[in-house]
Design a protein around this ligand. Structure first.
Ligand SMILES: [Zn+2]
Length: 446
C-alpha cells in the first residue's frame, strides 16, 4: 500500500470522523457484536438472560448500561469451560489463528484469542499508532518488547506493514541492544519506560553519549505509567535527545489500544474498536466523559472473544473533545491501576503521583520504592529513594525536601523517607519494575 508520507494520518477518514459519525458507526458495531456474543458465547447468553436484557435492547450507545459487567475473574472462571477457548469465546477453535496470554503476575494467566480478521484489524490499528507518532517507511525500528506469549510482541507486524525496516529485538541483554543501536542506527525503539531510562543510564556508564552515538529520534513506551508522567517522560527524553510517546495496551484487547500524538495530551483510543465507559469505583455508576473512574471497555469488532463491559481495573478518564492534531477519537488519561491505589488519611493516592514528585527532584536518581503499611489502624506510606552521586546535601535534608514535595503534591506526607546511595535500591530490573510493596509488619521506628 502506498500512502503519502507527508500525510499525518494513517487513515484520515477514520481518524477525523465527526464525532456524530463515529458514534453512529460505534452503534452499528455495538448492535452487531452484542447479538453475535449472545448468539455464540454461552456466558453472554446466560448472563444477559439472567438480568433480562436482549441484544435488541440496544437502540442507543447508552443502552449498553443495561448490560452486566465482566472482569478478569469472569475470564478466569470461564476459560477452558465447555471448550478449550471457554464460554466467553464466540467462534470455534478452527477460526482462531492466535492467542496471547496475560503475564499472570496477579493470578492465573488469561488468554485472548483472535480470528484472522481480528488479528488483521489489530495490526492495522498498530500501524495507525506508529504512523501517528511519525513512523514512516524510511524509519528503522527496534521492537524491544517480549515476544513470548505477550500481546505486545506482534505489534512489530504493524510497523512492518507500514513499511518500516523492523528489527525484532525482543528482550535482548542491554549490551547487545546497545550494540544494535550503535551499529544499525535505528531511529525508533519501543520498550518500557523504566527500561528506556535504565538503558540510557547503562549507555552513559558504558561510555556512550546516547544523543550523539545513536540515532534514536523517537521512543515508544508502554506497560508502565511513566510515559504519561511528564517528569519521567522528560527525564527519558533528556538522556536520549529523543521524543517519548506513551502507548497503552491491554492483553485482553490489543498490544496498543491507545497512543499519544504529537501533543502528548492524553492517549487517543481507537474508538472504532473500543466503546469506553467510565464508572464510579465504588458504586459502578456511569460517569460523564472527563470524570475520573474505572475504565470499562466494550470491544466493538473482536469476534473471537467479544468483551462486553469489561472492567479494566485501570483508573482514568476520557476527553472526547477534538484534539489539536485534528483527530476526533477520544483521549484517555490513566492515573493508575485500581489495585495499586491506596488510601492514606482519606486521600486516594496513586504510585504515579509519587513517581512524578521523585522524578522532578534533581538530587535523586529517580529510583524509588513505596511501602504501604498499617500503624495504629491507619494506612501509612513510606518512600525509599536514592540520592544521586555528587549531591553534597546530607540525607536528612534530602529526606525533608522530598517529604515536603510529596505533601505539597499529594496532600499527605509520607511517614518516612529513607535515603539510599546511588544504586542502593535494587529496582533496576530489565522488565517491569515492582515499586509498590505492601508490608504487614514494618518497624520504621515512627
Ligand atoms: Zn491528537
Amino acid at each position: 500500500m502506498s500512502r503519502d508520507i507527508n500525510s499525518k494520518f494513517w487513515d484520515e477518514e477514520l481518524e477525523t470522523l465527526p464525532r456524530e459519525e463515529l458514534e453512529k458507526r460505534q452503534l452499528e458495531d455495538l448492535k452487531e457484536i452484542v447479538k453475535f456474543a449472545y448468539d455464540n458465547a454461552p456466558y453472554y447468553k446466560r448472563s444477559f438472560d439472567e438480568v433480562g436484557v436482549k441484544p435488541e435492547d440496544i437502540k442507543t450507545l447508552k443502552d449498553i448500561q443495561k448490560f452486566p459487567f465482566i472482569n478478569k475473574k469472569t475470564q478466569r472462571d470461564t476459560q477452558g469451560v465447555g471448550s478449550f477457548l471457554g464460554e466467553l469465546a464466540a467462534v470455534p477453535e478452527e477460526d482462531v489463528v492466535f492467542i496471547s496470554t496475560s503475564s499472570g503476575s496477579t493470578g492465573v494467566p488469561t488468554m485472548s484469542p483472535f480470528t484472522k480478521k481480528d488479528f488483521d484489524e489489530f495490526q492495522d490499528t498498530e500501524s495507525r499508532w506508529f504512523w501517528q507518532i511519525g513512523m514512516r517507511p524510511n524509519d528503522r525500528y527496534v521492537h524491544a518488547l517480549n515476544f513470548s506469549l505477550y500481546v505486545g510482541g506482534p505489534d512489530v507486524i504493524g510497523a512492518q506493514n507500514l513499511g518500516a525496516l523492523c528489527i525484532w529485538g525482543g528482550t535482548l541483554p542491554s549490551e547487545r541492544l546497545l550494540f544494535i543501536l550503535k551499529t544499525y542506527k535505528p531511529t525508533i525503539i519501543w520498550t518500557s519506560p523504566s527500561y528506556a531510562w535504565q538503558l540510557g543510564e547503562k549507555a552513559l556508564k558504558a561510555g556512550y553519549d546516547p544523543k550523539k552515538d545513536f540515532n534514536i529520534k523517537k521512543i515508544i513506551v508502554a506497560g508502565e505509567l511513566g510515559g504519561s508522567i511528564d517528569a519521567t517522560r522528560k527525564a527519558i527524553e533528556e538522556i536520549w535527545g529523543a521524543e517519548v510517546f506513551d502507548f497503552y495496551g491491554l492483553s485482553d484487547i490489543f498490544g496498543a489500544c491507545a497512543a499519544q500524538c504529537e501533543y502528548h495530551d492524553g492517549l487517543h483510543i481507537a474508538e472504532n474498536h473500543i466503546l469506553v465507559e467510565t464508572i464510579d469505583i465504588h458504586t459502578g455508576e456511569v460517569l460523564e466523559p472527563g470524570q475520573t473512574g474505572e475504565l470499562v471497555f466494550t470491544t466493538l469488532r473482536k469476534h473471537a472473544r467479544p468483551l462486553i463491559r469489561f472492567k479494566t481495573g485501570d483508573i482514568g478518564r476520557i476527553d472526547t473533545t477534538k484534539c489539536k492534531c485534528g483527530r476526533t477519537h477520544g483521549r484517555i488519561s490513566i492515573l493508575g491501576r485500581k489495585d495499586d491505589m491506596f488510601i492514606v488519611s482519606a486521600v486516594n493516592v496513586f504510585p504515579s503521583d509519587i513517581e512524578a514528585v521523585i522524578r522532578e527532584q534533581s538530587d535523586l536518581t529517580g529510583e524509588y520504592l513505596i511501602r504501604i503499611f498499617e500503624k495504629d489502624f491507619t494506612s501509612k506510606y513510606a518512600v525509599e529513594i536514592e540520592k544521586a552521586t555528587g549531591v553534597d546535601k546530607d540525607d536528612d535534608t534530602v529526606a525533608a525536601e522530598v517529604s515536603a514535595a510529596l505533601k505539597a503534591r499529594i496532600g499527605v506526607k509520607p511517614a518516612k523517607v529513607i535515603v539510599h546511595p546511588d544504586g542502593g535500591l535494587n529496582t533496576r530490573s530489565e522488565h517491569k519494575s515492582r515499586r509498590v510493596i505492601y508490608e504487614r509488619n514494618i518497624d520504621y521506628n515512627i
